[in-house]
Design a protein around this ligand. Structure first.
Ligand SMILES: O=c1ccn([C@@H]2O[C@H](COP(=O)(O)O)[C@@H](O)[C@H]2O)c(=O)[nH]1
Length: 290
């Protein structure tokens, strides 16, 4: 099955929340960390409990490699173990690695993140070095059923520095978005979406209708909800009747237990936050999602 179809079906069954496993060691409650020898082991134990508590209510999981790299080899083992656990549970895993390099190096990145220790279902890519930095991943889309989420218009304030620059009357992100959609056309799955997806930040909805309409066969990974200020009504405009995208929440889910103040129930608090976010987005979709 095409990975876009698997993701679509997962979202249809469990909702559009993508649980972001951006696990800083400081997020792991002390009582849990104390049971493990290394920070990486504690991070993996925390992730496993979050995954178990949210697997039936989250559309997918995104593992942000920076948090694991920051712990050195011990962290990379936690990264590998987290991806392996998601695979064992047959959950959709997005490796947020934001790679972008010359073609020969890209071939190695593709091999590194689509096979072996760090194998994931999707990787995130930065396309701003050009199409030759993206095409080396396509054989894995075609032959191994893997997927991509390519940065088109990001969630951070600095997106306006380059992505909004006008070229022949359109912003650069528009041009990139159209290229992403074109790259994905040969691989469109049963539900009308291709495994070549786009990252569209959810912190602004100004151009949402135009972006959604132009990229109609492109699945969106939408970060920025919650901790970065993205609101459900903004997000809903990209989802299109609740479909066509996943909404990432990392700190909002991982740190939900801080609101209740009960560290022992951290995984349960994450589940409640996913359910709350899912509900909030579903009701915004019924009002704003066309
Ligand atoms: O435009 C982008 C692209 C990627 N991200 C990533 O998403 C999460 C957001 O984390 P929160 O804690 O929910 O804010 C993080 O991994 C970013 O690297 C993004 O925020 N914006």
């Amino acid at each position: 099955m095409c990975i876009a179809d698997k993701l679509y079906e997962s979202v249809a069954a469990r909702g559009p929340i993508c649980v972001g496993l951006d696990t800083d060691i400081s997020y792991v409650p002390q009582w849990l960390a104390a049971q493990y020898q290394t920070p990486g082991e504690a991070v993996f134990a925390f992730n496993r409990q979050i995954i178990d508590a949210t697997a039936d209510v989250a559309g997918c999981f995104k593992v942000q490699i920076a948090y694991y790299e920051s712990l050195g080899l011990d962290g990379l083992r936690a990264y590998k173990d987290t991806l392996a656990y998601l695979r064992e549970r047959e959950l959709v895993a997005i490796a947020d690695v934001k790679r972008g390099d010359i073609a020969k190096t890209a071939e190695m990145y593709a091999k590194a993140h689509f096979t072996g220790d760090f194998e994931a279902d999707f990787v995130t890519l930065s396309p701003y070095m050009g199409l030759d930095s993206v095409t080396p991943y396509l054989p894995y889309v075609e032959q191994s059923g893997k997927g991509l989420f390519i940065l088109v218009r990001t969630s951070n304030p600095g997106r306006e520095d380059f992505q909004y620059l006008q070229s022949e009357g359109e912003p650069l992100y528009d041009i990139v978005g159209k290229k992403v959609q074109e790259l994905g056309k040969p691989y469109i799955g049963t539900y009308g979406y291709s495994p070549v997806g786009a990252v569209i930040g959810g912190t602004s909805s100004l151009e949402a209708e135009t972006i959604r309409a132009a990229l109609d066969s492109t699945f969106f990974l939408i970060p920025g909800y919650g901790a970065q200020g993205g609101k459900a009504e903004d997000i809903a405009r990209y989802l299109c009747r609740g479909n066509g995208g996943v909404v990432n929440s990392s700190r909002g889910v991982l740190l939900a237990y801080k609101k209740d103040g009960d560290e022992r129930q951290f995984a349960e608090a994450s589940r409640k936050e996913v359910l709350r976010a899912r509900e909030e987005i579903a009701s915004a979709c019924s009002v704003y999602g066309k």
